[in-house]
Write a protein that binds this ligand. Structure first.
Ligand SMILES: Nc1ncnc2c1ncn2[C@@H]1O[C@H](COP(=O)(O)OP(=O)(O)OP(=O)(O)O)[C@@H](O)[C@H]1O
Ligand SMILES: [Mg+2]
Length: 270
């Protein structure tokens, strides 16, 4: 028989599927801010946050929700090279493929965008923008100056490097939206809703407040780390359920299992 924990485990596989979007307060607030910013005559909007705070899923949600009323495009990972990126952008702007063996005449493309001002408005969501170099960012800026394209630039915030401080991200007309690690409350909502979406009510109820506190402590409120931890916790539960069911308490998730998972993931050491 398949363990009930298998489904719980699989609920925490890392993915950026909009169908799995969960309405967490902080994410909803950031989303509302993004929608509001897109209504303003801004050229560039910055979405900023540590890895695993939910930037990609938020951009995907924006695209899904706005695509019926706006011309909106999502660029996931940066193209391998500048040329490929600009031919993709060329296609978005001109609605035509770039003819083979043709170089983009950039000033002409900018002029074309200017001619669209007031007639057509495109939104381009650029994920992982820390990977675009200064020359690309400068061209993006020139295109956005035409006011026919708005860019939402999503940036990784890292410990050692303040990317916004970099010259090519500075001195632009930015509106900054920041995603932060989850509060204990937000994370508890996230974990519960993930399980309830899969109809795993009993398992959701077996995670007590003290369990949530410990999970938050280990994952530091990071959604990606939280997914990893929850996956590992349920993997251990699954093992007991299948092999030593007398050792498992179905009504209450033992703190010890959370610690075992943390150990396995290297959050703590013996
Ligand atoms: N509101 C949410 N609803 C559902 N899942 C979420 C939500 N926020 C974050 N997650 C989940 O957390 C994980 C990390 O989110 P995501 O990949 O969007 O982060 P990111 O900020 O883009 O990270 P990176 O900077 O590394 O690209 C994903 O599995 C995602 O599905
Ligand atoms: Mg991402």
């Amino acid at each position: 028989m398949k363990s009930r924990y298998t489904a719980a485990k699989n609920a925490f596989v890392d993915s950026v599927d909009v169908e799995d979007y969960i309405e967490i307060e902080s994410s909803m607030a950031a989303y509302a801010q993004l929608e509001h910013s897109l209504e303003k005559p801004l050229k560039m909007i910055l979405l900023f946050g540590r890895p695993g705070t939910g930037k990609s899923i938020l951009l995907n949600r924006a695209q899904q929700k706005l695509k019926h009323n706006k011309e909106i495009h999502y660029f996931d990972t940066p193209a391998i090279n500048e040329k490929e990126f600009f031919s993709k952008l060329f296609k978005v702007i001109t609605q035509k493929d770039l003819p083979r063996n043709t170089e983009i005449n950039f000033p002409v493309l900018v002029d074309y965008c200017k001619s669209l001002r007031g007639k057509r408005e495109m939104i381009v969501l650029l994920d992982e923008a820390q990977m675009y170099g200064p020359e690309v960012m400068e061209k993006i800026r020139l295109l956005s100056d035409s006011r026919a394209i708005k860019f939402v630039v999503s940036l990784h915030k890292t410990e050692d490097e303040d990317l916004i401080a970099k010259e090519h991200f500075q001195s632009r007309i930015w509106e900054v939206i920041e995603l932060k690690n989850a509060t204990p409350q937000d994370q508890a909502v996230y974990i519960h809703k993930k399980l309830l979406k899969k109809n795993l009510f009993e398992i959701a109820n077996s995670i007590l407040e003290k369990n949530m506190k410990l999970i938050h402590k280990f994952s530091e409120g990071n959604y990606r780390e939280c997914n990893k931890l929850m996956f590992t916790i349920f993997e251990i539960c699954e093992y007991y359920d299948e092999n030593e069911p007398n050792k498992i308490n179905y009504a209450e998730l033992p703190q010890k299992i959370i610690e075992m998972a943390a150990l396995k993931l290297g959050y703590i050491h013996v």
